[in-house]
Design a protein around this ligand. Sequence first.
Ligand code: FES
Ligand code: MG
Length: 572
Amino acid sequence: MGTSGRSAHWFAAHGRAGMNARSWVKNQGYSDEVFDGRPVIGIGTTWSELAPCNAHQQRIAEAVKRGVWQAGGFPLEFPNMALGETLMRPTAMLYRNLLAMQAEETIRANPLDGVVLLSGCDKTTPGLLMAAASVDLPAVMLTGGPMLNGKYRGTDIGSGTAVWQAEADLVAGRITQEECYFIEGCMSRSNGHCMTMGTASTMACVVEALGMQLPYAASWPAVDARRYATAQQTGRRIVEMVAADLKPSDLLTREAFRNAVRVNAAIGGSTNAVVHLIAIAKRVGVDLTVDDFDRDARDVPTLVNLMPSGEFLMEDFCYAGGLPAVMKELGDLLDTSAPTVSGRTVGENIADAEVHNREVITSFDAPFQPVGTGTAVLRGTLAPDGAVIKQSAASPRLLCHRGPAMVFEDVDEYYAVCRDDDLDVDENTVLIIRNAGPKGYPGMPEVANVPVPKKLQDRGVDDVVRISDGRMSGTAYGTVVLHVTPEAAVGGPLAFVRTGDIVSLDVPNRRLDLEVDEAEMRRRRADWKDPDNPYPRGWQRLYYDHVLQASDGADLDFLVGKSGSAVPRDGH
Ligand code: FES
Ligand code: MG
């Protein structure tokens, strides 16, 4: 039995410990040479029929295994908590940190020398990368790829984005419920994650930009044969990375995060990337803040014309050249010397990239949207620790706006009245939806982009300013101020806004203010008490006591940082 590597502490051990480790693995039909000291590679999936976006991962895992065997490793597949965005309640985000914790502990507790982690649906990508960062064994991410373009009556329709549109059409009586059922099938017609530039596609691109997955891996459609070829290549690479001891901490540097922030701006990425990237950075000790997303992206135009901000979808993005083509277009704005899992630098990865369709991936000089239209970070008396707005999803006329607040304690309170014809709103009203933050909901759900009140829709008003401590789906649009920090549930100013107060939004100057004087705010705050943990037991109780604010990545306080990959004591 070989004696090198971490896994050798299990499989090359003498006596009872070694027998225990080897014998039970043999029940799967492996012969003795798998214990000859070759690297043991864990292939961590987030497969589940309850996470439809990840339901094809077992096939991807088989392709990864081919590569691991080919390069002389021993692959062992293991499941992780699968977070399905569309089915989990109250929100998959409540469980991102649980996935991260579970995957971290599973990796560390087992005889693994390196891991390939398969993600896809929104929260699975950050959850697994947070885990990999905290164990810091050689690791490669592999996202599962987008669905094929939705196709409906001769037009392309996008995941999520088509749902918002269909709901609006249904409410307005333009389509029937029967037609909605039909659209559902047209929208999701293959394996894969959302094929708009929502959170899943954003995180897939961001992880590729970080250097944590192989070039082009973000954009091959889930059913494209080349995804499986990339999976096999990923299997080969992880074996080489174990030999070279190339770890997440070698790749997840300040420069890599700056590259990811800039790429996120260039692709018109989801606002959720802000929360996830900060959480990942804090695992490796890189001090990434919300302000970096504004400062580092200010000179980056949006180059990718994808829904929800644009018109195309991920399949088109793939055929147009994929992420390497976008990164090449960014040129000097990226640190091209940053190392990546391919064994080459960013610059080497993208050297041969080409744009094949200028409608989908525009040039830097004639961009899809000019600089200054990306995610802006706001501060002010209503958001002392920051809030974000996706300018490209907002109405230009509302980016500077002063208006009276209409306050809702939670999103349900709003939904109870939003169709009333006598709701006291006009086009200047600022809707405040509070208690949708990390603690308040709990889990910081994607509810901030509530629909425009029906009364205004009937008058042709299609957008009003909405402000919340919650998140917005990466597939949604509207003038929505998100992630207001500190959130209402921890006594942030948002908790003390009253209906009729004047709120002032000034995106060009990055301000979000409540026009209520300090003395009055002190009076309102006087009898606020930090509420007791309302959850008697279980995950929600632990989560409530430890979750950090959005500007700190909404991780649990005790999960920040890393513990490494030291071999735990044997307990047999
Ligand atoms: Fe899974 Fe969108 S619902 S990626
Ligand atoms: Mg989403």
